[in-house]
Structures are given as C-alpha cells and as structure tokens.
Design a protein around this ligand. Structure first.
Ligand code: ARG
Length: 467
C-alpha cells in the first residue's frame, strides 16, 4: 500500500526554506505513513469539520469549503477501494491526504491547513481513533463478561477449592470464582470510560503550540466532532500524551486479566487438575506426540501480555524527559498503541469464544475439595461463635490439623470425643460446619461465596448485562 519506490521530486509541503531535497534515507527513517495510514478516516473527518469552521469564520469561501469536503470524500473512497497511493516522501497520513487534496482541487486545498499544525492534527486524529476503538473494546469486554455470567448460571451450586498461594484454602462455589472475572472486566470497562472523560476534549486550534491569531472557533469544531469541550493550554495540548499512556494502562490491565484467566485455564485443563475440558476446535495438537491436546489459545494470550506491557513501558519511557511541547519523539506513540489495541482486541474476542467452549467437570471439582483441611477456618469460626477468642481458636484448630496430618486422616474422620479433647466447646453440631457445602453456605457476608449471595450476584450480573 505504501509506495516508496517512486520517489517523486515534488516539493515538500514544508519545503520553502530548504535548498536541497531530503535524503532518501531520512525520508525512510522519519516516515510514519507505514502505520499512521490507519488514521485516515479520523484525519478526513477532522479536516472536513476544520474546513467548515474556516468557512464559517470567513477564512475560506463556501465554495472552497465544498471543494475541500468533496475532495476529501473522494480521497476516503480511494483509500477504502485500495486505489490511493501512500507516499513515503510525504511522511505521514496528514501530508499524504493534504497533498492528494491539493493535487485534486488546486489552491483551495492549500488553504485547508490554515490555523492548524500537524501537532494538533495528530492529537485530534489519535483522540478520535481511540474514542472509536474504546467503543469496540467495551463491546468485546461485555462479550467476555457475558461468557462468565452464562457459565456462572450454568454451574450454580458446583463447589470447588478456592486457592491462596495456589494451595487449597477454602471451598467456594465455581460460580463465585467465575464472577470474580466478571468484576475484573467490569472495572476494565469503567476504567476505560473514566479515561475517555479526559481524552474526549478537542486539541484542534492549539496549532503548533501557542494557539493562533486567526479568528478560529475551537468550540464549534469540538462540538461537531462530538467532544465534550476543548483542551485548555495550547502548549500542554501538543506536548501531551497522557491520554495515550492512560489508555495503554487500561489496555494493559485488560490484558493482565486475560493473562491471569489464561493461566488458570492452562492449569485447569492439565491432567494434574482436570477441572475443565476445552473443546477440540479450540485446542491444537503436537506434531510428534499423538496423544497431545494443548491449550494454545490461553498460552498465546498469556504470551502476548509481554508486548502489551512493553507498549505501555515504551511510551512511558518515550515521554520521560521530553521538554515541552511537541517533539518528534511523540510520533513513537502510535505503534505501541496500535499493537496493544490489536493484541487486546484479538485476545478478548478469542476469549469470549473460548468461554463458550469450556466444560467444567463438576465431579472433579468437588473431589478436589476433599483433603487439604479446607474447612479448618470453619472450625475456628465455630469456636468463635462459642465465645472463644479467635487467636485461641486458631491455635486449637492448628493442633487438630497437626494431629490429622500425623495420623494421615481428614478433619471429617475425627470423632466427637476426639475433637472434644482439643476443646470442650465442641459439640455434635460441629459436623455440619465440617462439610464442604456447610462451609460454603455459611459464608453469607456481602461478597461471600454462600449460595444465596452468589445466586443474587449472578442475577445482578445478568441485569447489568441487559441494561
Ligand atoms: N507524523 C507526526 C506524528 O505522528 C505528525 C506531527 C508532526 N509534526 C511535526 N512538526 N513534525 O507525530
């Protein structure tokens, strides 16, 4: 798509003060068209509104405005049909489009850049692009949440071990575990929308960095492009990439959540756990070991997390130490942003599909709750209810566990009299708290794993997704 073979000698749009043409190597090194071409729709949308504003302000005529707008529309059509040639020597998307426009409509095209700099133009394009992509991200996040809620509904009542330090800790409902992810992705959506509230301001009119003396109307442009307002300080506006850093942080958090999920799916599908089965269509095999069925999707999502984190780091380091205002270093914001966006969108979309193709093995999950003294905390709580201070209760149960370990038995194997040797407060009713179901359902605190809490949470999540 990008043509760097036919290096035309045509003058640069900024060529006036130069006496010799740019070295080909410099053109190659400084160009960004190879990747910023994807901002073409936003660049054109911004230019159309900018031209409308220039005409309203009497800076160009209505005929010039109309010629600009139809010329830009034609260019958009050509880009979308694949007939537009992007030229390396024109550096970036802004100059490629502006030059093509001038070639098409003549002098009116040369007026488009009035009261505008590529510095505010690129900030505008990026903000528009990121805003649009945020909508796609939100839909993808919702699809993933939907996958979790469907599973939580399907498996309501199934118990499994809850882990800390990857050691069996306390029994929980599988649906509770699944809804933890629902919450993580809910935060991701809200974090993104919070980031948008700062991003959604129009930078156009900051010009190169100091504003302009021409009678522009920044607010008109902002309103037409759907921004909530305009940025305040022209110097801050062209030097600022906080919104990209923040957005990349949002993307990184989503990716980290996907990665943690992936890690669990890899573990759970292993012979060691055998908690889930991933549908054949969503696994791959080994070229040498005929028996293998590998969880490559979650592995790749986990693997791709490095590049998303790397993208965030790359931009943070790029911005560090830059003097105000615009510096060409800032051109380096786009590749990490695009790469992170592509990676996260791909990960979310395949995860939604994957969740529809995971089957949980209820019997195995239940079996895994036996052993590991997972109801030990319940005995301590039982003693607390009988007025024993928690620290003492912790000690008593610690002794019980130690004895069980010595005798290689489970808590449920102890008789009442054996239990009573540890504390006279223990009675017949202890056995109801020793069962896995008893333990789970006793956790009725807000946010706890008791069945009533979890079924209410499933219902609430379903309501949230419908609203
Ligand atoms: N391609 C540039 C970028 O992405 C656009 C702004 C260039 N401005 C300039 N004064 N060289 O940052």
């Amino acid at each position: 798509m990008v043509d760097n073979s036919s290096r035309k000698t045509s003058a640069k749009l900024w060529g006036g003060r130069f006496s010799s043409s740019t070295a080909a190597s410099v053109e190659e090194f400084t160009q960004s068209i190879q990747y910023d071409w994807r901002l073409y729709r936003q660049d054109i949308a911004g230019s159309k509104v900018h031209a409308g504003m220039l005409a309203r302000q009497g800076l160009i005529t209505e005929e010039e405005r109309d010629a600009i707008i139809s010329g830009l529309e034609e260019i958009r059509g050509e880009i979308e049909e694949g007939t537009f040639t992007f030229r390396t020597e024109l550096e970036d998307i802004h100059m490629n489009i502006e030059k093509a426009l001038t070639d098409k409509i003549g002098a009116a095209g040369e007026k488009l850049h009035t009261a505008r700099s590529r510095n505010d133009q690129v900030a505008l394009d990026l903000r528009l692009y990121m805003r649009e992509e945020a909508e796609t991200l939100d839909i993808l996040l919702q699809d993933v949440q939907n996958g979790f809620v469907k599973l939580a509904r399907k498996y309501l009542g199934v118990v499994m071990p809850g882990y800390t330090h990857l050691q069996r800790a306390q029994p929980v409902l599988l649906s509770h575990h699944l809804l933890a992810y629902f919450e993580m992705f809910k935060r991701d959506r809200s974090r993104l929308s919070d980031c948008l509230s700062r991003l959604n301001l129009s930078p156009l009119g900051a010009a190169a960095m100091a504003g302009t003396g021409l009678p522009i109307d920044r607010e008109f442009v902002a309103e037409k492009l759907g921004f909530a307002g305009v940025t305040a300080n022209s110097m801050d506006t062209t030097g600022d990439r906080d919104y990209v850093m923040e957005y990349l942080f949002c993307l990184t958090t989503i990716q980290l959540h996907l990665s943690r999920l992936s890690e669990e799916l890899v573990l759970w599908s292993s012979k060691e756990f055998e908690f889930i089965d991933i549908g054949d269509r969503y696994c791959t095999g080994s070229s040498i070991m005929p028996q293998k069925k590998n969880p490559d999707i979650p592995e790749l999502i986990r693997g791709k997390t490095g590049r998303v984190v790397g993208s965030l780091m790359a931009l943070l380091v790029t911005v560090k130490g830059l003097p105000l205002t615009y510096n060409r270093d800032l051109q380096e914001d786009k590749e990490p942003l695009f790469d992170a966006l592509d990676t996260v969108k791909g990960g979310l979309s395949i995860t939604a599909e994957l969740l529809d193709n995971v089957t949980f093995k209820a019997d195995r999950l239940k079996e895994a709750t036996h052993g590991g003294f997972m109801t030990a905390t319940d005995i301590a709580d039982y003693l607390v209810r009988k007025n024993m201070p928690f620290r003492q209760a912790h000690g008593v149960v610690g002794n019980i566990v130690a004895q069980c370990q010595q005798r290689d038995i489970e808590l449920t194997d102890l008789t009442l009299s054996e239990l009573q040797e540890f504390s006279q407060l223990i009675d017949e009713d202890i056995f109801s708290v020793l069962t896995v179901e008893g333990s789970v359902n006793s956790r009725t605190s807000i946010g706890g794993t008791g069945i009533q809490r979890v079924s209410a949470a499933v219902e609430e999540a379903e309501g949230y997704l419908c609203s």
